[in-house]
Design a protein around this ligand. Sequence first.
Ligand SMILES: Cc1ncc(COP(=O)(O)O)c(C=O)c1O
Length: 456
Amino acid sequence: MDIDFLNKLIENLIEIEERNPVAPVLSPEEIYQKVDLDLHEDGIDDEALQSLLTQVFEYTPKTATSLFFNQLFGGRHSKAVIGDMMACMLNNSMYTYKVGGPMVLIEKKILEEVQRRINYPSHALGTFAPGGSMTNFMALLMARDNFNTRIPHTGDTSKMILYTSETSHYSIPKNAALAGVGRDGVRFVETDEEGRMRPDVLEAMIKEDVANGYHPFLVNATAGTTVLGAFDDLNAIADITDKYPGIWLHVDGAYCGSVLWSKKYRHLIDGCERSDSFSVNAHKMLGTPLSCSMIVSKHPEALYRSFSNEASYLYQTDDDNLNPGKISLQCGRRNDALKFFTLWKSIGSKGLEAMVDHQFHLANYASKYIKSNPNYELYSFDDTIGICFNYKGVSPEEVCLRLYQGNKLVVGHGSHKGKTFVRLVSVNSNNTEKDIDKFFEIFENFVESEMLNPVA
Ligand SMILES: Cc1ncc(COP(=O)(O)O)c(C=O)c1O
């Protein structure tokens, strides 16, 4: 193993990040011109490979630094990175105990602890999938096949309808298309001012669909919507789905389901134990490298019904309980559990809790600053880690683009109820209040000097 080679590369990357926390933005043409990305008949020596990779790192967007606020992940925790690297070194596939060994048990331990935190019954079961879109897909498939257990054989999904809020993640309609339900089978439920699904509207829609001969089979509730970070009222939604035994309730907690680890914010998902399935991404609020997505369900039979298939060339030892391939969307599957395990073991549940609480703390800190400054307009509400604002009437699209092109800050924009705004995501738990101050300092200086009062 080229340990020195690896160490040097890591050192180079860290040096680059410190020197240039926001990578220079080059067009694809410029990158092709500067870096030899062509693949040749002959290989190159280590020195050349090292310098080529270092050159590529220079231009690669930096998501681990304190100036990345663009998406719902950020930062870097060394123990989690080490866990991920070791997963590569070991290169197990997580379908059988024969090939995964203790890694299968690590995965099970994590999922059991997630289930316990939700307050699911002890027979609940879960798995990892490559991302929150895929865990939502799994929930949709389980709900579909639970509604009519013949569907995995017949594929007949006619008149099946699912409900999700208008502010929910785009994977829901996409998955409906993939699952044969179709995009037309998705009802987007209106949200209130704070971006939460309106239960009264949901119930009215379900009643109307039933009266018209449609088959409601799934309600997708969101714990942390992608833009506003809103939490749907799970108890109010479960009060409705409880009246319709054929409807599966899934909680998409990809973004903020990690409040499971926080005593202070756990109340935001009160009622989650009433759901049929729940998904959460450790690669968002819990600082684990991409991707680390889990789904658990209180109906183990639903996981088997939708995802199990016999394969005598694969399942040759142990029972289903130790062969997680039987409840997986995939065949070969990366070990996404080890990185979360190494992080969790090293900082404990208390450390994960502190991480979640710190993100809310920094978001509150940012929101307090915005409220205290009349040049800002705040669009977000309490208990969110996505702070949405505008400054001095400047176009949010333009300022985000120009900050990115000028290598100043990486931040994006979002919209809700016809208003577009800058969205500062507080999801890097390595950040401090000083980093938030720095964000506003860079932002304001840039707007003043480059947009409002440019020097001719
Ligand atoms: C609410 C919500 N659900 C699902 C997803 C998809 O997660 P992933 O990016 O892991 O596929 C996201 C991503 O931002 C999200 O915000």
